[in-house]
Design a protein around this ligand. Structure first.
Ligand code: BGC
Length: 717
């Protein structure tokens, strides 16, 4: 926990300091703190707002400080994958563009999440940003969600562990981080008008559990609410989720900020919202800035209590003090080379080898003729699009304007980071003959494929904020190119650079498939290293790849294709049975399961011991049984609870082992993962009886199983 305070004698707590400062404020000062003003991008907000001083650089948010009380201005920037800048600061020299969060998810490596967080904190500090709008931890419930690349996984535990490490890393640098988007902002379709419907107890066992665990572990200074409604109430005005669950049951002490343009009413302040963000966006969408004039009016007329206004301000101050954002010393040194190494290491560990019929790693003993096809691989690697897109140092290798309907259409671009897989392959394989074909048409691509020993074909897809993808296919005829190339040359390897699962109609025809996601500024290098074996792949899928949408909880996505502004309800009737849990429940076989990922070595598991009591502890041994060093990610699942079939990831560990090396792994389950949430009592309940666990290579590949009996108990909140 980064923000837990160790107090010197006589030192005040963040709470008491916040109370003292707030008490000395005027009402004008209080009101000035509960809004944040958006910088001009030239897009939605065309002109600089006069409330932002001339010498303040543009970014997602600005809130004036109160200098006479030593309160700094709040300056916030996106997001989880780097300090974003497109539009806001044309002169910004560029920031480290980390791999997408789903790559961190695939690494199953909390240390990488933390390193990335520290990096973000430092690069934020040198720009004067004291709030990072990072920590996107929505669960990947739907493989069409355009923002899944900004999130970690479909599993609450994996998501919470990684999200918490990222937030802790950021906050260790004196920069506040959010966790967002609270909650159930799991689709982008009509997100301002989207009502996400879910059973409240199932919500507690899934998306809310991810927030609960991540909050406990990292104490984020702020929580950003989502755009959507949950069970009929907007996230930012959802009394149950904000006042009762977050601040009540969980005792959260930081502040809740809205998403940008997600506050239609001042009354959200009564329901638990502490700060209105991007006020001008509210003026565009809802024709008012509710926390300025309307809230002041309600206050003057006695409809909005003073105590609540003070509470909103105290919460903001408390986070500033707890994280140390008010007491910065000199800005830290930023070593961009070292930051590139973090981006590279994350990509190396997050790339997933999905299929390998012995073709990889590429043989280097003889000079191969290699065809590299498609995906702009001669230029770089794609990034996801939207508010999280980062401009890397030196600029993009290319921008392809994509566009689309609705207000976010103009911000939808294919951004290419200049780490070219083609050039990196040439560097690693100097004696190979490597040629490139853009993959424009099947007929043309086949010409090169036919005269090559090996074909590496890239499949890319632009995904991002404001858009759900309509189906799982690759755009621009890429599936047809892959199909044709694989028919022309059996030695075909596919590298996918997407933010979500992909349908693979050509899967049986190709020898290997690599899921590289959006691998960040060093992604081309990492891809080439995995292909050649310089790096032994160790990524595992953090999201189930369905064979098709018919096997997912929502074969048809409500509202998809309706014009911006159409009220839409999505029923998340799968409840807590998200992703692999759904496939286990329905007995469907996925194309590739959650947790799956191949290596160039092999691992064996043995000696499982399962202990019960308050929770379940599993101990087992992992051994590298192959010829080369590699990292494995054994996973422990609950498969039965009190004789009822139920899949829950209880824990995982990334283990790096040399050939022949073995290590004992101990996983202790968070008891909430063994329990069901009892809505009537507002507590967690473990059922009496036999509980079975499996040590597995993936959600569908159990290797060892063991049981223990647990007694019934009611606990927590
Ligand atoms: C996004 C947030 C982001 C905010 C500020 C919104 O559109 O949903 O994730 O932090 O913009 O840029």
């Amino acid at each position: 926990m980064t923000t837990a305070q160790v107090l010197e004698p006589g030192q005040k707590t963040a709470d008491s300091r916040a109370a003292e400062t707030e008490q000395r404020m005027t009402d004008d000062e209080r009101f000035s703190m509960i809004i944040s003003i958006m910088g001009a991008t030239g897009g939605l907000i065309a002109v600089r707002d006069e409330r932002i001083p001339e010498d303040v650089a543009m970014s997602a948010g600005y809130t004036p400080g109160v200098p006479r009380l030593g309160v700094p201005a709040l300056r916030s920037s996106d997001a989880s994958m780097g300090i974003t800048n497109p539009g806001y600061r044309p002169d910004d020299p560029g920031a480290t563009a980390l791999p997408a969060s789903i790559v961190v998810g695939s690494s199953f490596n909390p240390d990488l999440a933390r390193d990335g967080g520290v990096l973000l904190g430092r690069e934020a500090r040198i720009r004067g940003f004291n709030i990072m709008l990072a920590g996107g931890i929505n669960l990947a419930r739907d493989p069409r969600n355009g923002r899944n690349f900004e999130y970690y996984s479909e599993d609450p535990l994996l998501t919470a562990v990684l999200g918490a490490e990222a937030v802790s890393g950021i906050q260790s640098q004196g920069v506040i981080s959010t966790l967002k988007h609270y909650s159930l902002n799991c689709n982008e379709t009509n997100r301002h008008w989207l009502d996400a419907i879910i059973d409240p107890s199932a919500h507690r066992e899934s998306d809310l559990l991810a927030f609960q665990i991540a909050i406990e572990r990292s104490e984020p200074g702020a929580i950003m609410s989502g755009y959507n409604k949950i069970n009929g109430e907007y996230a930012g005005g959802n009394r149950h989720l904000l006042n009762e669950v977050l601040k009540g049951a969980w005792g959260y002490k930081g502040w809740v900020m809205s998403d940008w343009g997600a506050t239609p009413s001042w009354e959200f302040a009564l329901a638990g919202l502490d700060q209105e963000s991007g006020v001008q966006a509210d003026a565009v969408f809802w024709k008012a800035e509710p926390f300025t004039d309307p809230l002041r009016k309600a206050y003057a007329e006695g409809r909005f209590p003073k105590e609540r206004l003070s509470d909103m301000v105290r919460r903001i101050l408390r986070s500033l003090y707890a994280v140390g954002a008010d007491s910065w010393g000199p800005a830290p040194e930023v070593d961009m080379e070292a930051h590139n190494e973090i981006a590279l290491k994350t990509a190396r560990q997050g790339i997933v080898l999905l299929k390998n019929d012995g073709i990889l790693p590429l043989a280097t003993a003889r000079p191969l003729k290699i065809a590299v096809i498609g995906g702009y691989a001669q230029l770089g690697v794609p990034s996801g699009t939207g508010s999280g897109a980062v401009l890397p140092v030196g600029g993009y290798a290319g921008i392809v304007k994509i566009g689309g309907p609705g207000p976010l259409g103009r911000a939808r671009n294919l951004y290419l980071f200049p780490s070219s897989p083609l050039e990196e392959l040439k560097r690693l394989l100097p004696s190979a003959e490597i040629e490139f074909d853009p993959g424009q048409t099947p007929a043309e691509a086949v010409l090169l494929a036919r005269r090559s020993d090996v074909v590496i074909v890239f499949g890319i897809r632009v995904e991002g904020e404001g858009f759900d993808i309509a189906d799982l296919s690759l755009p621009w005829g890429q599936d047809a190119v892959i199909e044709a190339v694989a028919s022309a040359n059996p030695n075909t390897v596919v590298v996918l650079e997407t933010g979500n699962p992909v349908a693979m109609p050509w899967l049986d025809k190709v020898k290997a498939v690599i899921q590289a996601w959006y691998p960040g500024q060093a992604g081309g290098q990492a891809i080439a290293e995995v292909l050649t074996g310089a790096v032994n792949p160790s990524g595992r899928l953090p999201i189930t790849f369905p064979a098709d949408l018919a096997r997912t909880p929502r074969p048809d996505l409500p509202g998809l294709g309706t014009p911006w502004g159409t009220p839409t309800a999505i029923r998340y009737d799968e409840g807590a049975e998200v992703g692999y849990r759904w496939f286990a429940k329905t007995g469907n076989t996925p194309l590739f399961p959650f947790g799956h990922g191949l290596s160039y070595t092999t691992f064996a598991y043995s000696d499982l011991a399962v202990d019960g009591g308050e929770t379940i502890t599993a101990r087992f041994t992992v051994k590298n049984t192959g010829e080369r060093e590699g990292a494995d990610v054994p996973q422990v699942y609950l498969t039965e609870a009190a004789d009822e079939r139920r899949m829950r990831l209880l824990g995982f560990q990334r283990v790096l082992l040399g050939p022949g090396e073995r290590r004992q792994v101990t996983i202790e389950a968070d008891p909430r993962l063994l329990a069901r949430f009892d809505g009537e009592n507002g507590r967690w309940r473990i059922a009496e009886g036999r509980h079975r666990v499996a040590v597995a290579r993936s959600a569908t590949d159990p290797v060892l199983t063991g049981d223990t009996r647990l007694s019934t108990r009611l606990f927590g909140s």
